[in-house]
Design a protein around this ligand. Structure first.
Ligand code: SAM
Length: 177
């Protein structure tokens, strides 16, 4: 069970980034996304995509992200360029995840020091500054060792039929025929 917590965003700059955190979390195997601070009003697209393309994907908000992290019953991973290299800690994180739920925290602006302290793992996907969406994608792929690419979707209204050329999106009942 994997929850992604988005710690707010910079209004006017990060709206699509927050949506992409949610969509990437969903597509690559997380079960729940929790939006905090100004990111709280960016849930619509993720809910809409989940309704059309399937779940499970819970979309929630919190007004108390620090409390949410502090009280999380499970392993807390904070994605940060200052953290330990993912290739050094991924096996330990997978082991912890085998034991119970995982909370994955991604920032936007400066992340409060309490988050670094509470995190069981501060993980860098390289120690270079880049993007929460990119670090989330690489992290989830390492966590699930590629299995997330074969994820099954529950109750989709729309299913993409992969093809070499062209686009085909069908009703799942149509696909079964
Ligand atoms: N300057 C901010 C700070 O001091 O925390 C970070 C800004 S960065 C645009 C936004 C988020 O992307 C970070 O909070 C982190 O979650 C993620 N991020 C950026 N680069 C990363 C990296 N190399 N490894 C892991 N996460 C990264």
């Amino acid at each position: 069970d994997v929850t992604v917590l988005r710690l707010g965003h910079r209004p006017g700059r990060d709206e699509r980034m927050t949506t992409h955190v949610g969509l990437t979390a969903r597509a690559l195997g997380a079960d729940r996304v929790v939006m905090a601070g100004s990111a709280r009003d960016r849930t619509d697209t993720i809910v809409d995509i989940t309704e059309r393309f399937g779940g499970p994907m819970a979309v929630e908000t919190t007004e108390e992200p620090k409390g949410f992290i502090r009280n999380f019953e499970g392993t807390v991973v904070h994605l940060t360029m200052y953290g330990e290299p993912i290739q050094d800690v991924e096996a330990d994180v997978r082991e912890a995840h085998a034991e119970g739920p995982l909370l994955l925290v991604v920032g936007a602006e400066k992340v409060p020091f309490e988050v670094y302290e509470r995190a069981d793992f501060n993980v860098g996907v390289t120690n270079q500054p880049h993007s929460e969406v990119a670090s989330l994608a690489v992290f989830l792929d390492r966590l699930f060792e590629g299995r997330e690419l074969d994820r099954e979707w529950e109750d989709p209204d729309r299913v993409v039929v992969p093809m070499e050329t062209g686009k085909r999106v069908v009703d799942p009942d149509e696909r079964a025929e």
